[in-house]
Write a protein that binds this ligand. Sequence first.
Ligand code: CR1
Length: 837
Amino acid sequence: MATPMKSMETPTELYDDERTALTKEAFKRAFLDNLLYVQGKFPALASQNDYYQALAYAVRDRLLQRWISTAAAYTKQGSRTVAYFSAEFLMGPHLGNNLINLGIYEQVREAISELGLDFDTLLRQEDEPGLGNGGLGRLAACFIDSMATLEIPSLGYGIRYEFGIFHQEIVDGWQTERTDKWLRFGNPWEILRPEWAVEVKLGGHTEQYRDEQERLRIRWVPGKVVVGVPYDTPILGFRNNTANTLRLWKAEAPESFDFSTFNRGDYGGAVRQKVWSETLSKVLYPNDEQIQGKTLRLEQQYFFVSASLQDMMRIMRVQKLPLERFHEKFAVQLNDTHPAIAVAELMRLLVDDHVMPWEQAWDITCKTFAYTNHTLLPEALECWPLELFKSVLPRHLDLIYEINVRFLDEVRIRFYGDEARLARLSLIDEHGERYVRMAHLACVGSHTINGVAELHSELLKQDVLRDFYELWPHKFGNKTNGVTPRRWMALSNPRLSDLISEAIGDSWLKNLDELQKLEPFAQDAAFRQRWREIKLANKVDFAAFVKERNGINIDPASLFDVQVKRIHEYKRQHLNILHVIALYHRLRSDPNADFQPRTFIFGGKAAPAYHMAKLIIKLINSVADVVDRDPAVKDRLKVVFLQNFNVSNGQRVYPAAELSEQISTAGKEASGTGNMKFSMNGALTIGTMDGANIEIRQEVGAENFFLFGLTAEQVAQTKGRGYRPLEHMTAELQEVISLINSGFFSRGDVQMFRALTDGLLWHDPYLVFADFESYSECQLQVSQAYRDVDHWTRMSILNSARSGKFSSDRTIREYCADIWRAPSVPVRLLSQEDVKV
Ligand code: CR1
C-alpha cells in the first residue's frame, strides 16, 4: 500500500515533550513505552493487537493537547454550539484518519517499519465502530469531521452500542449474521466521563400535585430509572488545532447490585435491574429505512435524547448561562425522526423541571431544533402505537397532546373548515389504531426542515410533507449531502491524492472546489497515463483482497463495475444481477460475441428480517458461482459478492472502481453518498435521475455520465396508469427469468427464487422491468466507451475535477449559514504553562 499524502506532512507542535512530540524518534519511544506501560507487554510476547493498541494510545496522547485546548477555547468564549443528535454514527476506523488529520501519517508509518513491524497489519487490527446501518450514519460521521475541520464548535450525541451493525458472513450464498463485538479488546479512542452521568426516567405514570405556591402541576412518577454514562471520542479537524467531541451514552443501572434482594437469596433478581438497564444500549437495530415498532427502540431513542439535553443544560450551568438562552447557546440538528422525541423532552425539562411558562418554553424549543428528513419511503416514517408510547413515556404523551391541541388551533384558523387537513396534520394518527407520528412532531417543533438532495427536498414539499409545506413554506429548504475528502480520498486513495497534489498543490483537501484545477490535465496525455496507472494499481490491490477473501481470481484488466450499498429493492441490485444474467446468456448463445470483459462487484448488508433482500444476495452469489465455474465465459465475466461491506471495505473498493452503479427507482433514493465517493475517485456513474445523481450529472456534465431509466415524474405516471410489468417483457428478459426459474442457478431447485421472479412478474413495485431495456442499452454504451481508453480516462479525470460540490465541508457551510448560524472558533494550542495545575 502507498501511504497517504506524503506531500502534506507538516508537523507543528507548540510543545515538544516525550508524550506529545510528533517527531519520528519521539514517537518510537512513546510507542514502546505504551506497549510496556499500557498494554503490559514486551515485544517477544506482544500480539499484533497489542502493537495496535500501543500505537493507538501513542496517537491519542498526541491529540489530547488539541482536545483540551479546544475545550478551553469553547468554554472561555461561551461559543454557540451545534449539537448533532443522531441514533447512528458510522465512524469507521479512527487510527488512519487521525494520523492524516494530525499530519503524521508518513512519519508514523516509517517509525513503525523501522521497528520491524508491518504498519498496514497494525491498521487492520482496529475493529471499526460500526454504530450505524448505512448512509444516514455515515453522513453523521462525515458531518462531524467537517465541523471539526471548519472549526465549528460542535458535539455529536448518540448511543454507545455495545454491539454495532452485525458482521455479515456468506454461507452457501446466504447472508448470516454474527454479533459485532467491537469492544472486545477495549477502545483506545474513547474516554469515560463518569462524573457527567445523568439519570433517565422511563415508564410509570403521571399524577397531579400542588406545589408550594398551591399551583396545580403534573409530576411524572417513573417506573424505572437508568443512568446514562458518557463516553467521549475526540474528532480531529484536518490540520488544525480543533478536536471536537463525539459523546455517546452507555446505559447502566443506578445501583448495579440489589443487596436487599441478594440477602433474601434471590441472586438472579439481584442483578436483573442491572441487566435490564444495560439492554438499552446493547445493540443497534439493524434496520435501514424500515421501522421496527419495538418498545426497546423507543426507549433507546428517548434515552440518548434525554441524556444529551440534560448534558447540555449542565454545560449551560457550568458556563453560567440562564436556561432562557438555551436556543442561543445550542443549535440542535435532528438526524431523521429517531431523535424527534427531543421536542417533547425539552418541553418537559423546561416546563416540569424548571417551571418555565409553556409559551416561553415552546418558543425556546422551536428556536432550538431543526429537522433533516432522509427518506421518502413510507415504511420508514416512524409512528408509535399510542399504548406502547404511553407505557414508555406517559408524561411525554400528555405534552404531545398539548402541543397538538395548540398546533391544530393554529391550523383551524389558517384553513377554515378543512377537517380532512386537520386529520392529516395531527400529531396523532386516528385512522384505526392510534399512533404518534414522529415526523409531525419533528416538523412542528423545528424552525427548519430539510431534505438531502434537490429532488428529495422537492418531493418532500410535493408529497410526504406537503401539508406542512403549505402551512409553513418558509421552514423548508435543501441541503445536498456531501462526504469528507479526508477519509474518502486522502486516506483511502493515497496514490490518486498524491498525484492530484503534485499537479495542483494540496489545498484541495480543505477546499474541494480546487479540484477544478485538474480539468486542463484531462488533455495531457502523460497525466492521463499516470491516472490510468494509479487506477490499475488500485485494481491490482483490490484483486488481491478479493483473492484473499473470496478465493477467486479477478482480472485487473477487466472493467470493475461496482454496486455497494445496503441491499434494498428500491436500490435495485436485482436489476443489476438480471442484466448480468442477460450478459451471461448472450455469451453462452454466441461464444464468439465481441465482449468487453467485466467484473461485477456487489457488497452490502440486508436487514436480517428482510427476506426479499436476502434472496437477492443469494441470487447474486448463485450467479457468481455458476459464472465462476463456467469455462465458456472465463476471463470475460466475473461476479463477486464482497462479504461484510463496511467503512473499511469501502475504503478499498471506491478507489478501484471504474463504474459506479446508482440505479435506484427514480424518486426513491433520497440522496446517496456512495455515488459521490465513486465519482471523486474517478469512477463514472451509470445511474437514474434520482437523489444526488442528478446533481452529480449536472456537475460532471451529461457527456461524462451514463443516464438511463424513467424519471421520478414518469415513474409516478406509470404507476398512476396502473403498471403492468408484463407489458415490458422483452425476449431477453424472458430468457433471463426462465433461466432463473429453471433452477439453473439453484442446482435444479425451481422454487428457490420464485418469490423474487413472481414478485417481479406480477407486482414489480420498483419498476425493474420498466427500466430493464434502457439499462441494458446504457450498459452497452458503457462497454463501448470503455474501449476508447483515452476518452474514458478524460471522463474519469473530469469526474474527479468536478466533484468539489460533494465535499461535506460545503454541506456543513450551508447548514451553518442557513440553519445553525454558528460561527467558527479557531483554537490556539495551550502550552504546558497554560495547563499547569
Ligand atoms: C438515504 O436512503 C441518503 C442517506 C443520508 C438514507 C440515502 O439516500 O444518502 O440517508 N436514509 O442522507 C436513511 O438511511 C433511514 O434513512
